[in-house]
Design a protein around this ligand. Structure first.
Ligand SMILES: Cc1cc2nc3c(=O)[nH]c(=O)nc-3n(C[C@H](O)[C@H](O)[C@H](O)COP(=O)(O)OP(=O)(O)OC[C@H]3O[C@@H](n4cnc5c(N)ncnc54)[C@H](O)[C@@H]3O)c2cc1C
Length: 381
């Protein structure tokens, strides 16, 4: 890691500690997004983390971006979730094919003059496309409903993807402005990051000019890109795990309860081991077992994040049920981080971890139903 990136992470830790964490519960329960937090991060130059240097950003490597996400997620979920979309969008635009768009947009996004969100997770859903795209002479016309877009009203730009008649997808940056052609739902009421103004977006023939095209993605490439992203999502769960373990330890030390201190140590060790696995496999995308391991690690991170947060709730006692306590906020955030960029593979791997049973049995191993004990009336569940 270069010194300048190390300095950025140090700055992030300070902002997380002094600005984000102390007001995280208030931010969580607020009516709208934490624009002040975003301003502080923008002033520190952190909105340009994923933008290459030639476009005014920091061109931080994956390792630094992952550490950044872990620090933020340990401090404030709403802020993290908003920034996750912005940084993801900047990275996508930078890796895209439209040089003119990069020159025009990326420096402003990196400085935080403009904020970007994204809506492309619907591409991963099977069945008829949620968002269809018609190609016209001078651009693209979008129809359908994008089920998720976080940061409406905060975002000036929207990285939007839709499916072409041939099954490939086209990605554009559209102005995030409500109109007859682009209708946001009311902000969703969510268990976590509810203040992130997450909406669904209905496109009624939304026209986007060719000059705003980022890329066209072949269908097969989508799965590849999803895998690349999974390790980044893992860091959100790890951020929760480390902060939750700190809460468990603090309570254990304050009340002289060795079981709590020991649990905190075990959770920290486990989260650190998962983090080592993340970094090990992040370096090895060409190894044949890469995908299986990435899915395994993400499922592990989801699991340890949720367990650590639950431990913090139990350590916090009845008071941890109060909405102004960090433990249950972290628990709700751990739930949210369990479903981002979800794929059937990841669902299966998470089920395996949670039940201690392989998701798929070989024929000779028999059926799960056959192995379960009978109910009281002798029937099988
Ligand atoms: C609060 C919140 C904010 C979000 N913000 C954004 C955002 O800003 N931008 C964005 O792009 N995304 C966003 N997402 C989406 C997120 O990244 C995940 O894609 C999403 O949580 C997974 O659920 P889903 O509703 O997309 O998929 P689901 O439809 O629930 O599918 C989950 C998995 O099951 C599979 N599946 C679904 N239906 C079937 C079926 N019939 N047969 C077999 N497999 C099936 C899918 O392929 C997928 O792998 C957000 C999600 C949440 C919860």
């Amino acid at each position: 890691v270069e010194d300048r990136h190390r300095a950025l992470l140090q700055g992030t830790r300070q902002i997380a500690r002094e600005v984000l964490a102390p007001r995280a519960e208030a931010t969580d329960q607020a009516e709208g997004p934490p624009v002040e937090n975003l301003r502080v991060l923008a002033e520190a130059g952190l909105l340009g983390l994923t933008t290459p240097q030639e476009y005014g950003g920091h061109g931080a490597p994956g390792e630094v971006i992952r550490a950044f996400m872990e620090i933020l997620a340990g401090a404030c979920g709403v802020t993290t979730f908003l920034l996750f979309q912005h940084l993801g969008a900047c990275g996508q635009i930078a890796r895209g094919e439209n040089e003119k768009l990069k020159e025009e947009l990326l420096p402003r996004l990196a400085r935080g003059e403009r904020f970007c969100t994204l809506a492309f997770s619907h591409l991963r859903r099977p069945g008829p496309p949620a968002v269809r795209v018609e190609v016209e002479a001078d651009g693209y016309r979008f129809h359908g409903v994008a089920p998720w877009a976080t940061g409406w009203d905060v975002a000036d730009e929207l990285l939007l993807a839709g499916t072409l008649p041939d099954g490939n997808s086209v990605w554009v940056v559209a102005p995030a402005i409500e109109s007859q052609a682009l209708q946001p739902s009311p902000p969703m009421r969510l268990c976590a990051a509810s203040a992130s103004n997450t909406v669904s977006l209905t496109c009624n023939g939304l026209k986007v000019g060719r000059e705003r095209r980022v890329k066209t993605l072949p269908r097969e490439q989508l799965a590849e890109d999803t895998f690349t992203g999974l390790l980044g999502h893992s860091m959100l769960s790890l951020g929760v795990a480390f902060t939750a373990a700190t809460l468990v330890r603090a309570r254990g030390e304050a009340r002289d309860l060795p079981a709590l201190v020991a649990a905190a140590e075990a959770l920290e060790r486990e989260a650190a081991a998962a983090r080592r696995d993340v970094e090990f496999w992040a370096e090895r995308p060409a190894v044949p077992e890469y995908r299986r391991n990435v899915v395994r690690i993400r499922a592990w991170c989801i699991d340890v994040g949720a367990r650590a947060a639950q431990a913090a709730v139990i350590a916090g006692g009845g008071a941890a049920n109060s909405l102004d306590q960090p433990a249950q906020r972290l628990y709700r955030e751990a739930l949210l981080y369990s479903v981002t960029a979800l794929t059937p593979d990841l669902q299966a791997a998470a089920m395996e971890r949670l039940t201690g049973r392989p998701a798929i049995l070989r024929a000779e191993e028999g059926s799960l139903a056959g192995q379960a004990p009978p109910l009281a009336d002798g029937s099988h569940p």
